[in-house]
Design a protein around this ligand. Structure first.
Ligand code: ZN
Length: 135
């Protein structure tokens, strides 16, 4: 089988309150916050934290209809998704779709980092939402 996914790009963590989560992750745990942004079209406020070799994406939903807000209200705060690097997102999505993996996005869209991203459905990936990012 082809190795489709490469290194983990980041780990997404859904939180009810970004400022409170930053007090824990950046304050108590001492992981530097390297970037913050709001992405209204995705309904999220995001903080990217970097340990040096791993990036953590803290996500707070904006409003009740945000998928992240729904995740937190239904499942509680916690790990939301794993993001893997891929070399060619279009061909990876096509191959995964052909092999029966359920896709949230059949076509990549621009993610918070300005790079092409797409999500795989957690029903196909052991209950874990998987994000792909082309780098
Ligand atoms: Zn992500």
């Amino acid at each position: 089988m082809n190795r489709r996914l490469e290194a983990i790009d980041h780990i997404g963590v859904a939180v009810p309150n970004l400022e409170e989560a930053k007090k824990i992750f950046c304050g108590a745990l001492g992981i530097p916050c390297v970037e913050e942004k709001t992405v209204p079209e995705r309904g999220v406020k995001i903080a990217f934290l970097s340990t040096g070799n791993t990036t953590i994406e803290l996500l707070e939903g904006i409003g009740e209809n945000s998928p992240v807000s729904k995740f937190v209200s239904q499942r509680g705060p916690g790990v939301h998704h794993l993001c893997f690097e891929v070399a060619d997102i279009a061909s990876t999505l096509r191959e995964l779709g052909e092999s029966g993996v359920q896709l949230v996005d059949t076509v990549a869209r621009t993610g918070a980092e300005g790079k092409p991203v797409a999500f795989l459905h957690p029903k196909s990936t052991a209950g874990v939402l998987v994000e792909l990012i082309e780098k």
